[in-house]
Design a protein around this ligand. Structure first.
Ligand code: F6R
Length: 596
């Protein structure tokens, strides 16, 4: 959700910034822009649409060694050229890009900027105008930026250039991700490491309410009060090639096919020298000592959390509850005496999860984050972190991170207390193998997508028990990338109202991996068929029937929905492909949702 790139150094910045912005495309955006400082002049180019559109409009003759760029996902003001970033102060001395939302924008306009003529409808313009106002009143630039920060309420990551200073790039952060990258003779800034990894793998984490002064040789970090912070950079273990598509047409397909590898990688990361499961005893002790686990997550991660609850309750006999982060904050359930809060989040930056983390920390509760991004906000701020080791997930629709979350949750539950004696590693190895065989059936999924999903307006996934959670995820995948209105339903619930929506040829896809509900779900299939539905069945081999469309090899019942994720991800992929949708960057969506 919005992306920032900044560079100061010895090379011409245009390509560095544009390529950095391309690496951030996966976060979601609807317009993009760039500013280059050259000969004490600032060149700004911004456009609605894709970075490819922006490229067409950039004046190639402009060169400079300091610049900032931005991809915008509209919050305040429609996505158009004027509202795109960068924004400039009235005299054009200051140019700024911003991620986040300023909540007291209106109050600041009235209190400080009643005489200012604004160019855009954005909250961002208030920031750049305030900086100029304080400078015009006689403050040094640094102080003016820090004073502006202290008046802002809300979230921001800022990169700022001053046309009168060819040697400095300024930045600031609060509640929105921002990293500084250390180079040889250059330095960089970006919303995440992916935008800088082709240039450096040495990064500084930036804390909330910190201010940065960056020259080509130095990165200085200060608190909002101007006190210097001494922090060491860390080395990121991302490989630049992890962020490339390779031979795949889309990142989503690459990431679907990486899932067996991800499961094996997680097993090796969480095993000891003898090949047995291994997780820090501190984490295990905290979970064993709690009386209930509260799993907090959003979207796909919430669906992984629903499966995780089953693992904790069925494998470890530990009570667990799963709550959507944005609901928890306004409608907190009764909390037990010794809770543990577990945040499941691919990005580690989701603002709704972070709001809960801040709240429960204030209440003094233990916290653990499961995330794919080392050094992310939720990882830094929780008591403990377990990494997902899925590698960078670029497609907006989450696939391999979902599998990684469920894999880590299964290992964790079994390590907390394995009451049922399940050999999780053995079962996960089996799932990885089954996934590989399922990936070979691409053509079949494509044909089914063509037959069932090419023309339809809506679709239903139905399942019971563990399969119901898979149906929720399957429905989210299909709707978010193909725009087919899809619902995941507990199969038994259909007849309590929703069956009214079934008409001739409505696709209903049933998932049946659990023996005890096999016959019940099959009778629900008959009910919808009798009302004209076009049904498809995905089943487990041992309970499959002759006419089932997709049969998944047998696995342990607790983990079998994990194997069945492959066909439903592919059905979504091919439905979107056949309908001509932008698979990796679906409309209106952002990969990292950094505003509440
Ligand atoms: C859907 C998807 C989203 C995310 C959700 C939470 O494919 O990716 O629903 O799962 O925005 O994001 P994280 O896991 O980064 O907290």
């Amino acid at each position: 959700m919005c992306g920032i790139v900044g560079y100061i150094g010895f090379e011409d910045v245009k390509e560095i910034i544009l390529q950095g912005l391309e690496k951030l495309e996966y976060r979601g955006y609807d317009s993009a822009g760039i500013a280059v400082l050259h000969d004490n002049e600032v060149y700004v180019c911004k456009e609605k649409g894709r970075i490819a559109d922006l490229r067409q409009h950039i004046d190639k003759s402009v060169t400079g060694n300091i610049g900032i760029g931005h991809t915008r996902w509209a919050t305040h003001g429609t996505p158009n050229q004027i509202n795109s970033h960068p924004h400039q102060s009235s005299s054009k001395r200051f140019t700024l890009v911003h991620n986040g939302i300023i909540e007291n924008e209106e109050e600041l306009r009235q209190k400080y900027l009643s005489d200012t003529e604004f160019q855009s409808d954005t909250d961002t313009e208030v920031i750049v105008q305030l900086i100029e106002k304080f400078v015009n009143e006689g403050e040094e630039v640094e102080l003016a930026i820090r004073h502006t920060m202290s008046r802002l309420s809300g979230s921001y990551a800022l990169a700022i250039i001053d046309k009168q200073d060819m040697n400095t790039l300024y930045a600031a952060k609060n509640k929105t991700p921002l990293l500084a990258g250390k180079g040889e003779g250059f330095n960089m800034l970006a919303s995440d490491a992916m935008a800088m990894i082709n240039h450096t793998n040495l990064f500084y984490e930036i804390e909330d309410k910190e201010f940065l002064k960056i020259t080509k040789d130095d990165i200085e970090i200060y608190t909002i009060y101007g006190n210097k912070v001494n922090r060491q950079p860390y080395k990121a273990d991302i490989d630049a090639s992890d962020t490339e598509k390779g031979p795949y047409a889309h990142y989503m397909m690459k990431e679907i096919e990486e899932q067996p590898f991800v499961i094996r990688k997680i097993m090796s990361e969480y095993s000891n020298k003898c090949g047995n499961m291994n997780i820090s005893t501190e984490i295990l002790q905290d979970i064993r000592n709690c009386d209930k686990i509260y799993i907090i997550a959003c979207g796909t991660s919430y669906h992984a959390g629903l499966v995780g609850k089953q693992f904790f309750e069925k494998i470890a006999h530990k009570p667990a509850e799963v709550i959507i982060a944005s609901e928890f904050i306004y409608n907190m359930p009764l909390i037990t005496e010794k809770p543990l809060f577990m945040f499941v989040t691919q990005s580690g930056e989701t603002a709704d999860c972070r709001a809960v983390l801040v709240k429960v920390k204030e209440m003094g509760y233990k916290t653990l984050t499961l995330t794919n991004v080392k050094g992310s906000t939720l990882s830094r701020e929780a008591d403990h972190t377990l990494l997902l080791y899925a590698g960078p997930e670029i497609a907006v629709a989450s696939t391999k991170a979902y599998t990684a979350q469920i894999t880590v949750l299964a290992i964790l539950a079994a390590m907390v207390d394995n009451k049922i004696g399940i050999d999780v590693f053995k079962e996960l190895s089996k799932i990885a193998y089954i996934m590989e065989t399922l990936c070979n059936d691409r053509e079949k999924y494509k044909k089914l997508a063509e037959e069932y999903l090419l023309k339809t307006r809506n679709c239903f996934y139905i399942g019971r028990s563990m399969d119901y959670f898979l149906c929720l995820e399957a429905a989210l995948k299909l709707k978010e990338i193909s725009y087919i209105q899809t619902e995941g339903f507990a199969a038994g619930e259909l007849k309590h109202g929703t069956i009214a929506l079934i008409e001739k040829d409505t696709p209903v896809i049933a998932v049946i991996t659990q023996e005890n509900i096999n016959l019940n779900t099959r009778s629900n299939i008959k009910e919808v068929k009798a009302r004209g539905a076009k049904t498809m069945v995905i089943s487990m081999r041992r309970i499959s029937q002759e006419k089932d469309n997709i049969v998944v090899d047998d696995a342990h019942e607790l983990l079998s929905p994990l194997a069945a994720i492959i066909p439903v991800q592919y059905l979504a992929y091919y439905a979107a492909l056949l309908r001509g949708c932008d698979i990796d960057k679906p409309r209106n969506l952002a990969k990292s949702v950094t505003v509440e």
